[in-house]
Design a binder for this molecule. Structure first.
Ligand code: PLP
Length: 604
């Protein structure tokens, strides 16, 4: 476990048991005690039941613990600072829209009056349906760009008695809202999204700042307030929202954003007479993927839930005090990543591990190549612009070539100890970890078993898509390989777990090669020691397989029955082979597209 820094990124949810298996520590509650659930036992029990790899294991108990911990953090910060309004958060549906997750958030969040955030019409419809089961008053925050249909839908939700807040993303949306409101005879509650000057560095920072894509600068917000006042509708405006981007690295930035936004909030109250009630601080509560707590990259944040909550509460309290005692707003956040990441892991099955082919060139041959290249290219004949440009391009080309040769040479000299093994995994990166492919986001990865055995091979993970991008060759710590064990199909499966993967990956998943989503297994603590599948202390509550081949084919415009099966069957019958091949066609269409049985190649 130490090798993979579980203590860094995994506390308090993951550990390794005496069998050397990765375990999930669940915390339990009144009726279900906490357990240490052996991930390998779960995966194998699921396999027994016919669930195919790759699979996602979900632990709703961990989800509940995240949600409760966030509330404890805000409740404590509020109590200890004498803040006089409550915390009332929402879950942003976009982060993982899966039905079971939305259902869990609504039911686990009931006692906290926890709500949902929608960024589009489909998400709004999901939220409208599921919030009927939430505590009355739970927020339904409507973000994102809106047309008349979106606004009409949001007003319908208000007419249904849901606590909908329509957040203006652009000034122009106000006109749409005014029109729809009078058409439907439903008064809206409005929020407005502030475009703050506080920015975060790195990939996720482009959301904010003066040139950010979203929201209104402070002056524009005051114009909106003035316009509402002139229309006698200032009482509509209740909420100020901001979201400066995901993965805020430090509490300095959290405080700074909260100070800036609460300053605008206070101005709206004091100078414009707005009857504001709520400050919505958006998402951005980070996850420490690399476990360094350094906040120095897109993979790390330098704080936990407590520091995050107290930074916001303190900043808002002080700003209200500074502005002559503006009543404290209800605090909302839209934390997504920090709520769902931990409760879900992807289990990948290794198909084979093959040493990367060695270079045939000897170190001596490489040496002489390097020598020849180093004295090239010759200097330009004249100091003319075109000659110099050509010379510069030549130098660049030679430099790249030299760099490659030097790397080869050093690998060659280091010898066999540095052999890299390509682990072929039953997975599509595009479907399961799209953020690795899209934004080079790194997740903790480690073997799920044999953790009491020293790993002896350095590996990269290769997927089964026909794409050279379908390869994981960057791991936490920016290293190019992961320490792994030899794969021996005789002694059972070898599994690699991708941790902290519950946020965004399923939502962003794409179906390259028509590989679709994984199987999803919901793992609950067993009640009173009941054991399902021979593991220990767990029940497989549900096991849903991923989309089948025919479902995937139908998403790209085919009528599977006619265009695919029908045509194939007709030709096969003409040739008199349908009796023989029909079963394969049927099996191909009704199974998941991932590999089921495979031959282990012996050589590269
Ligand atoms: N709220 C808004 C408006 C967002 O755009 C996002 C994500 O991009 C979130 C909340 C969730 O952010 P996070 O997952 O960082 O908490």
């Amino acid at each position: 476990g130490e090798l993979y820094n579980i203590l860094g990124w995994g506390e308090p949810y993951f550990t390794v048991n005496r069998d050397g298996h990765l375990c999930v520590k669940t915390h339990g509650h009144e009726t279900k005690p906490g357990q240490e659930i052996d991930v390998v036992s779960v995966a194998e029990a699921a396999k027994e039941k016919g669930v195919q790899f790759p699979m996602i294991l979900r632990f709703p108990d961990v989800l509940k613990h995240r949600l409760d911990s966030l509330h404890v953090a805000f409740d404590n910060a509020i109590k200890h600072t004498g803040y006089t309004a409550p915390y009332q958060g929402v879950y942003p549906v976009k982060v993982n829209q899966n039905r079971a997750i939305i259902n869990d958030f609504v039911s686990f969040g009931h006692r906290h009056s926890y709500g949902l955030e929608a960024g589009s019409k489909p998400e709004l419809l999901i939220a409208m349906s599921y919030l009927t089961k939430a505590k009355p008053g739970a927020f339904l925050v409507c973000n994102g760009y809106k047309d008349a249909d979106y606004v009409a839908l949001a007003l319908s939700a208000r007419a249904m008695g849901l606590n909908v807040i329509i957040v203006l993303e652009m000034e122009e949306e106000l006109d749409i809202i005014i029109e729809q409101s009078s058409k439907l005879g439903v008064e809206p509650v409005l929020g407005v999204r502030a475009k703050l000057l506080t920015k975060i560095p790195g990939h996720f920072g482009s959301t904010a700042g003066k040139h950010g894509k979203f929201g209104l600068l402070a002056d524009k917000i005051y114009e909106v307030a003035k316009k509402l006042k002139d229309l006698n509708k200032l009482h509509w405006l209740k909420l100020l929202h901001f979201h400066i981007g995901s993965m805020i690295p430090t509490t300095d930035i959290v405080s700074s954003a909260a100070r800036e936004a609460s300053g605008i909030y206070c101005t709206l109250v004091k100078q414009y007479g707005a009857e504001m009630t709520t400050l919505d601080c958006g998402g951005g509560l980070g996850v420490d993927y690399d476990g360094t707590r350094s906040g120095s990259s897109d993979m790390s944040v330098a704080y936990g839930l407590e520091e995050y909550a107290s930074s916001i509460v303190q900043a808002v309290r002080l700003t209200c005090e500074y502005n002559g005692g503006v009543p404290h707003p209800v605090l909302c956040t839209e934390s997504g990543r920090a709520m769902v990441s931990h409760h879900s892991m992807i289990i990948l099955e290794a198909l084979s591990a093959i040493p990367e082919p060695k270079d045939d060139e000897t170190p001596e041959q490489l040496h002489s190549k390097i020598q020849r290249l180093s004295s090239n290219p010759p200097p330009p004949r004249a100091l003319m612009a075109t000659d110099l440009q050509k010379h510069a391009t030549d130098i660049q080309k030679h430099g790249v070539e030299l760099y490659k040769l030097a790397k080869k040479l050093s690998k060659r000299i280091a010898g066999d100890a540095n052999t890299i093994y390509n682990y072929h995994m039953n997975l599509s990166i595009f479907s399961l970890v799209p953020d690795f492919w899209g934004i080079k986001h790194l997740f903790p990865m480690m073997p799920a078993s044999r953790l009491n055995e020293k790993p002896t091979q350095m590996g990269t993970l290769i997927d089964i898509t026909c794409d050279s991008d379908g390869k994981i060759d960057k791991f936490i710590g920016n290293v190019e390989t992961l320490p792994l064990h030899p794969v021996d199909p005789e002694s059972g499966g070898y599994y690699v777990a991708v941790l902290l993967s519950g946020a965004y990956q399923e939502a962003l998943s794409c179906k390259h090669n028509l590989f679709g989503g994984p199987s999803i297994v919901r793992v609950e603590n067993s009640t009173g020691g009941g054991i399902d599948g021979g593991g220990g202390g767990f029940d497989i509550a549900t096991a849903d397989r991923g989309p089948t081949t025919e479902e995937l084919i139908s998403t790209v415009g085919y009528d599977v029955k006619e265009d695919i099966r029908g045509v194939i069957e007709q030709r096969a019958r003409e040739k008199g082979v349908w009796e023989k091949v029909g079963v394969f066609v049927q099996a191909g269409l009704t199974s998941m597209p991932y590999l089921v049985e495979y031959k282990v190649p012996r050589t590269a």
